[in-house]
Design a protein around this ligand. Structure first.
Ligand SMILES: [Zn+2]
Length: 138
């Protein structure tokens, strides 16, 4: 009596697992949090996709699948997409401070008297000390 029950359970187990497995694996996929995507990666992908589409349109034009007009219209649209992605990427890099503003690079101070020197100047406007070395090493 006891052994037949065990055999029955063991016999049903693989079938039960087989039926229930999609539920478990489905749950696992839903519970796992989606990785927070870097917006830069999103725009980079948009840029790459636009470039690829432009190449494809060019190929289709050469093989006669696209007329000149259609090719022109498609290319203009994809080029716009690429430009938007590039603009978004540049905006992101400015916001994140990856690219220093030009005025930060240009402004220097005289090592002798501390006067702010003119952008691109080689000598201090106040005391005449050469600031070329300071510019190069800073
Ligand atoms: Zn000076």
């Amino acid at each position: 009596m006891m052994s037949s029950t065990v055999i029955l359970i063991l016999g049903l187990l693989p079938a039960a697992l087989f039926v229930l497995w999609p539920l478990f694996s489905g749950d696992a996929a839903e519970i796992e949090p989606a990785p927070a995507e870097d917006p830069r990666a999103v725009f980079d992908r948009q840029k790459q996709a636009a470039y690829a589409a432009i190449k494809e349109a060019e190929f289709d034009r050469r093989t006669g699948k696209l007329s000149e007009d259609d090719h022109e219209a498609l290319t203009a649209r994809y080029r716009q997409q690429a430009l938007e992605a590039i603009a978004a990427l540049e905006k992101l890099s400015v916001v994140k401070g990856r690219r220093p503003a030009p005025e930060v690079i240009a402004v220097r101070f005289c090592p002798a008297c501390g006067t702010k020197t003119a952008p691109g100047a080689n000598f201090c406007g106040s005391c005449g000390t050469s600031v070329a070395n300071a510019r190069a090493s800073a």
